[in-house]
Write a protein that binds this ligand. Structure first.
Ligand SMILES: NC(=O)c1ccc[n+]([C@@H]2O[C@H](COP(=O)([O-])OP(=O)(O)OC[C@H]3O[C@@H](n4cnc5c(N)ncnc54)[C@H](O)[C@@H]3O)[C@@H](O)[C@H]2O)c1
Length: 267
């Protein structure tokens, strides 16, 4: 299949370590972009990124930046501009979720505002600041594409029965701030889409459903039964949708949420 080309472009991805960060970074590199992968300080030894560094050499540079620090994001932009100009693509991937941990249940009424606010600070405000800093530079250059990584839980609430086999007391709860922060991010994408459109910058969100990883068998089976396509996504199934939004293949697309969820939110 012919993929969109980003030859000669620079892209930046926030929170590039972990499960999906290297998927986005690898997709952009394979499409011909030079990529600046922003990582939190303690995640520089990420296996996925290390493999990409071996494969792509100087096309990938890895830089520490906490998205909750505007100063870090501004320093990252200065770094990229020294390397040849503002990025043409920004992927806001940095995010905090809470994977199900046996024994780590919590009563809804006990979840602290501090915990809630930290998730919003990274998932929503972090992307907001990155769009302010990088979006403004893209606007000055007259072109760019921003892709904000959302979630199905921006649209629907998690079904906690998917976790009841963990038998924690109190039950495991997916953090209430997670979906709220992603719903905020989707609307923020539309806000920036309208403001940056006159400057040639497009802004969209990409909302994955469940992606295959290290989930337990019972969760996989319950989740799959809830998906019209009957399974979770393979990580490589996120590549085409990302490159579509990042490249000129979507030159007339701005302000949308592209759901890559096997139909999860259609039911
Ligand atoms: N994995 C999935 O099934 C799935 C589904 C839907 C959406 N998502 C979204 O995709 C994105 C990546 O998820 P993942 O599964 O790879 O999670 P992950 O926990 O493996 O990766 C998240 C990354 O964000 C980084 N991060 C956290 N706080 C940060 C901060 N303050 N500044 C910079 N980076 C920070 C972490 O270091 C990590 O590299 C998240 O936004 C998540 O909400 C994931």
């Amino acid at each position: 299949m012919t993929r969109a080309s980003l030859d000669g472009s620079r892209a930046v991805v926030t929170g590039s370590a972990g499960k999906l960060g290297p998927v986005w970074v690898g997709a952009l590199l394979a499409a011909g972009a030079d990529v600046t992968a922003l990582v939190l300080e303690d995640t520089q030894d990420d296996v996925g990124l290390a493999k990409l560094a071996d494969q792509y050499g100087s096309s990938l540079d890895i830089l520490v930046a906490d998205v909750s620090s505007r100063a870090d994001l501004e320093a990252a932009l200065v770094h990229m501009e020294r390397k040849g100009g503002p990025p043409a693509v920004l992927v806001n991937n940095a995010g905090i979720d809470q994977p199900p941990v046996p024994g780590a249940g919590e009563l809804l009424e006990h979840i602290s505002a501090t915990t809630f606010l930290r998730i919003v600070e990274v998932n929503t405000v972090g992307a907001f600041q990155a769009m302010q800093v990088v979006g403004a530079a893209m606007a000055r250059a007259g072109h760019g594409s921003i892709v904000n990584v959302g979630s199905i839980y921006a649209t629907v609430s998690p079904d906690m029965r998917m976790y009841d086999h963990l038998q924690t007391d109190p039950p495991f709860l997916k953090p209430p701030a997670y979906g709220a922060s992603k719903a905020g991010l989707l609307n923020l994408s539309r806000y920036f889409a309208t403001h940056l459109a006159p400057h040639g910058v497009r802004v969209n969100s990409l909302s994955p459903g469940g992606v295959m990883g290290t989930q337990d068998e019972q969760f996989l089976s319950k989740f799959s039964a809830r998906v019209p396509l009957g399974r979770l996504a393979r990580p490589d199934e996120l590549v085409g949708p990302l490159l579509f939004l990042a490249s000129d293949d979507s030159s007339y697309v701005t302000g949308i949420d592209l759901k890559v969820d096997g139909g999860f939110t259609a039911w």
